[in-house]
Design a protein around this ligand. Structure first.
Ligand code: NAP
Length: 508
């Protein structure tokens, strides 16, 4: 990741912001079967730090165009799926190189369209680069002959082949990384894809689509289909030629996709595969005797980094009663040092939340939570033209409270007192989600117990619960957090492939 304390990087970022700003309001096309398309309906993405600014103007794909996109992707699949995997790997490495070259420009698009601060945007772009590098090398592994036992008199082999047409549906909160991960995993394994980006961040996605073309991916290997999920999503998922759906987003949309994909359509020849990564209600446990300074830093970074809009964000701090009061005191002081304002100003630790609708939902939760617990700090909108919300902490929250159970997806932290470590683990596991979790403890027995009992896909010990790295922390959650696909891990590409076993009689 670029270090913005270095003057050269700061200057590069400033000039990228200026360059990107000069392209505000540009109109982007849909891309279907190699054809660029414009529609009468338009979708405008706004700068959440300054919503009077239009970042990009996009086409709204209609159901008819969506149908055409799946057909076009299907028509090209047999050709693309038969290409040499090495060729696809080379294209993917080229995409990674191009992202590296244009990293500050992508940072700047993310700052303006998603409201990420410089370091958060840089983390997003770095993760996208890592996905390209990692999945390219993983594909080398998957395309090698797989080691099989050999039956005497036979030549026995197993090889991986692609599935077909994939629908890629990413969220806005990692507008580049998650989009890139799901798209390139599909393409490098030989599938064709229809990309349906989030309506909040279509410009980042359109820029990425152009980069794929520049890297050498054929314009028929993917379709770029901006448009509203509620008007074309069902059609894309239900289309009989759709073979799989790679989705990341909210629980409710994920469950709907899963249900629709399970229903066989006339003419459909396969069981659709759904890869769905969904929400979280992530907890950090602070044990008695833990280093409270480190624990507060970890909780604050996890709860308020990118305004709490990460699926991995800490939204519940569960604190041992022996250190509860001191923890709250330190947490309040630290939270009140956080600066909130436009994301392009590097002086701000927090930028805006994504939209006016998101801000309203978050403020409603704060109102509910203020009755369910004791407001400690924050509690309302922050000043400015953007969708700013104060970092908010609500203490003494009980396990049956809505703000303890429901995903808020904003800078709101519930703090709950635990009688002892066992109780803290029970509270942490009292959730329909199971994505990330962390424990701050210097008691080896408690750390061991957390390894066994803390039921989350990504467990962190004595560190924050956000910031998973590709190849290091394969990412994906349990229960209602999704299908545990473990993006950035060695099992991920298998989700985009099927295995063919071939046995040839060679003697007798
Ligand atoms: P969302 O509202 O579920 O939207 C996600 C995507 O689904 C968007 O592209 C959206 O398009 C599309 N969509 C909406 N309705 C659809 C339908 N009926 N059929 C098909 N697609 C449809 O989620 P979000 O607000 O973008 O993202 C935040 C959520 O994502 C949070 O719950 C967060 O926890 C989760 N998330 C999870 C992970 C993880 O790895 N587990 C990572 C990041 C985020 P439109 O924008 O056009 O509506």
């Amino acid at each position: 990741m670029a270090d913005f304390s270095a003057a050269a990087n700061r200057r590069a970022m400033e000039s990228a912001l200026e360059h990107v700003r000069s392209q505000f309001g540009h109109e982007y096309d849909l891309l279907v079967g190699g054809e660029r398309i414009r529609t009468t309906g338009k979708l405008r993405s706004l700068n959440p730090s300054q919503p009077s600014e239009v970042v990009g103007v996009h086409q709204k794909a209609t159901p008819e165009i969506a149908n055409r996109a799946v057909e076009a992707a299907y028509a090209y699949f047999s050709e693309w799926g038969a290409t040499d995997p090495m060729d696809r790997v080379r294209k993917l490495l080229a995409a990674g190189r191009l992202l590296r070259e244009h990293r500050f420009e992508f940072d700047a698009w993310i700052v303006y369209e998603a409201g990420k601060t410089w370091p958060e945007a840089e983390a997003d772009v770095s993760e996208a680069i890592d996905f390209c590098e990692y999945y390219a090398r993983e594909m080398l592994r998957m395309s090698r002959p797989q080691p099989m036992l050999q039956l005497p008199g036979e030549k026995d082999e197993m090889r991986y082949i692609p599935l077909g047409v994939g629908i890629v549906i990413p969220p806005w909160n990692f507008p580049l990384a998650i989009l890139t991960g799901m798209t390139v995993a599909s393409l490098v394994t030989g599938n064709t894809v229809v990309i349906k980006p989030s309506s909040e961040t279509p410009t980042v996605a359109a820029r990425f689509a152009e980069l794929l073309l520049e890297a050498g991916f054929p314009d028929r290997s993917f379709c770029f289909l901006a448009g509203s999920g509620s008007s074309i999503g069902d059609l894309l998922v239900q289309h009989p030629k759709t073979r799989f759906v790679a989705f990341t987003g909210s629980r409710d949309v994920g469950l709907r996709i899963n249900e629709l994909a399970a229903k066989t359509q006339p003419g459909q020849r396969w069981i659709k595969r759904v890869i769905a990564e969904m929400g979280g209600k992530d907890a950090i446990i602070v044990d008695a005797g833990a280093d409270l300074e480190k624990a507060v830093e970890g909780v604050v970074a996890s709860a308020f980094g990118y305004q709490g809009q990460k699926c991995s964000a800490c939204s519940r701090a569960i604190v041992h009663e022996r250190v509860y009061d001191e923890f709250l005191d330190r947490l309040k002081k630290r939270t009140e040092t956080l600066t909130v304002g436009p994301a392009d100003d590097p002086a701000n630790f927090m930028g805006p939340v994504i939209s006016d609708a998101a801000r309203r939902t978050i403020l409603q939760y704060i109102e509910v939570g203020s009755k369910e617990g004791k407001p400690l700090t924050g509690g309302g909108p922050a000043p400015g033209d953007g969708y700013f919300v104060q970092p908010t902490v609500i203490a003494d929250v009980k396990a049956d409270a809505r703000i303890f159970q429901e995903e808020i997806f904003g800078p709101v932290l519930a703090v709950t007192k635990a009688r002892d470590f066992e109780h803290a683990l029970d509270l942490a596991n009292d959730s329909q989600y199971g994505l990330t979790g962390a424990v701050y403890s210097n008691n080896p027995e408690h750390v061991r117990e957390a390894r066994e009992r803390f039921f989350v896909g990504n467990l962190y010990l004595n560190r924050k619960c956000t910031g998973a790295m590709v190849g290091v922390h394969p990412f994906g959650g349990f229960n209602m957090s999704g299908t545990d696909s473990k993006g950035g891990g060695p099992d991920y590409l298998l989700l985009f492939l099927q295995a063919k076993s071939i046995a040839e009689r060679v003697t007798g």
